[in-house]
Ligand binder design. Structure first.
Ligand code: AHR
Length: 520
């Protein structure tokens, strides 16, 4: 061999060896014989607030609209959401809920009373989309209703009458009013939020004041529909501040027959600082690393609150409900900043997968979560522009994870290794696994490293399988997005890995999310 050729061949071998040494294949072992808690399908819940184009344009276009709709609710959005098996939708807010006057949003269209949306952009809230429209929407997509009542500016009486309107039989005057408005059958309200962020936009209440208020709502807001038990969720911690967790859980432990709770809310956004200034597109690896690091902090935040809850509720009767989470980025330039419109990139897909994995690992306590928000607001599933609609990378993650809904968590062992950028050091890989009701094992693997492909060897001892089949979601760049002009830049593609010697060997793209099932 020529001297130079030999030298360059040696250098190449050395380079490959160094690379192999730096990034060895990750051994992922699924302990299928050690089942854990059920991953409640409600951790895949959504949040739709009267904010920007979340409701109007995103869901509601009106019966007269040229956009195809069913009773005013756009058909394309409903069809897309049905694919996600959305377990529940939290509505009408958010901050909006604590000023919401439900009476303005019922009855014939010409009797609806407009209001100013004081929280979000000061725009006119026409109240065309009210209780009956929300229930119709939830029913069309097959989701349960999670209704947040007004504990801020409202009264227990108003909230009680609202739930009476929704759930009572027609022999009750409120039920009769509902029937007059077109729905004789009582609605099902599966979850009731007792206020929203009472420590902030919901009234700046001290924990003690809130607890006293909350008890009144828990006591007097009755569910009249025996076909649907109604869970009550109290306001929980203010970010890392756990005073509300302590106060609510202590009160719960000392509760009397007169009131109860089934959930405690936790809100945590990935913002990279306040006010949110991280760009939704056109960002680099520094932004990626900063936000992924922050989002991984969800695990410690949950653990911190779980420890307090365990103290007062060791049997884990009260669920931790992460009913607002996701990336909150700088608003899209040129849009109303009060509308919280932001694009959604491959980074957000990775961020979503990591949060879902964290919720699944805490499945015994975290039994509900609602990403903020469903359409056109913050980390949305769907963006719309008049008659056009696109599915975001986050939508695709939720779709890929559908098999994890109500599946049994299975522990996974792996040495994650490290991905580093500057002084930020993160695990390089994340993975969870579960067994669905039909007995099939599913594994989700996220390659956090945005530059280096991930090679892994997946082993599932005790499970006979010859193929791992599923989908992988990757993108040309970490800031790749889907646009109305190019809606398929970030879409999952199918994969099949042939097993060999009981292992499934695969290499996935940088910053990617992969979900596979083990097939015979
Ligand atoms: O999702 C946007 C807002 O964030 C909600 O209205 C509020 O609860 C939270 O602060």
């Amino acid at each position: 061999m020529h001297k130079l050729t030999f030298l360059s061949a040696s250098l190449l071998t050395l380079a490959l060896a160094t690379r192999a040494f730096a990034d060895p294949a990750v051994e992922i072992t699924v302990d299928a014989g050690k089942p854990g808690a059920t991953i409640d399908r409600h951790i895949f819940g959504q949040f739709a607030e009267h904010l920007g184009h979340g409701i109007y344009e995103g869901i509601w276009v009106g019966k007269e609209s040229p956009i195809a709709n069913t009773r005013g609710i756009r058909n394309d959005v409903v069809a897309a959401l049905k694919e996600l098996h959305v377990p529940d939708v939290r509505w009408p807010g958010g901050c909006f809920a604590d000023e919401y006057n439900w009476r303005r949003g019922i009855g014939p269209a010409d009797q609806r009373k407009a209001a100013v949306n004081t929280n979000w952009g000061g725009v006119v809230e026409p109240n065309r989309f009210g209780t009956d429209e929300f229930m119709d929407f939830a029913q069309q997509i097959g989701a349960e209703a999670y209704v947040s009542v007004n504990v801020g500016s409202g009264t227990p009486q108003e909230a009680a009458e609202w739930v009476e309107y929704m759930t009572s039989p027609t022999t009750d005057a409120m039920g009769a009013e509902r029937a007059k408005n077109g729905h004789p059958e009582p609605y099902k309200v599966a979850t009731l939020g007792l206020g929203n962020e009472a420590w902030g936009c919901g009234g700046s209440m001290t924990p003690e004041f809130y607890v006293d208020e909350m008890k009144l709502y828990s006591r007097f807001v009755h569910n009249y529909n025996p076909a649907q038990p109604m869970k009550r969720v109290a306001v929980g911690p203010d970010g890392g501040k756990t005073e509300y967790t302590e106060a609510v859980m202590k009160a719960w432990q000392e509760r009397t027959w007169a009131w109860d709770l089934e959930g405690l809310s936790l809100h945590s956004y990935t913002t990279g600082g306040w006010p949110p200034a991280h760009k939704a597109t056109g960002f680099g690896e520094q932004d990626y690393a900063v936000l992924i690091k922050e989002t991984l902090g969800m695990d410690a935040l949950i653990a911190k609150n779980e420890a307090i809850m365990d103290k007062y509720d060791p049997q884990k009767k009260v669920a931790l409900v992460v009913d607002e989470w996701g990336a909150w980025l700088a608003p899209t330039p040129g849009t109303n900043p009060g509308f919280l419109i932001q694009q959604n990139s491959q980074r957000d897909a990775v961020l979503a997968a990591l949060n879902i994995d964290i919720f699944a690992r805490h499945a015994d306590r975290v039994r509900m979560a609602n990403i903020a928000q469903m359409i056109n607001v913050l980390q949305a599933m769907i963006l719309t522009d008049k008659d056009k609609m696109l599915l975001t990378p986050t939508y695709h993650v939720f779709h890929m994870y559908v098999p994890f809904q109500d599946a049994t968590f299975i522990p996974v062992r792996f040495d994650a290794g490290r991905y580093s950028f500057g002084d930020i050091s993160l695990p390089r890989v994340d993975a969870i696994a579960a067994r669905d009701k039909a007995g099939k094992v599913w594994v989700a693997i996220t390659n956090i490293d945005p530059k280096t492909p991930l090679e892994f060897d997946l082993a599932v001892p005790g499970v006979t399988a010859s193929n791992a089949v599923g989908q992988t979601l990757s993108a040309p760049r970490i800031d790749s997005v889907n646009t109305f002009e190019a809606p398929n830049t970030v879409v999952p593609r199918p994969i099949t890995i042939k097993g060999r010697d009981g292992k499934f060997k695969m290499t996935v793209a940088p910053a990617s999310v992969t979900v596979v099932s083990l097939e015979p």
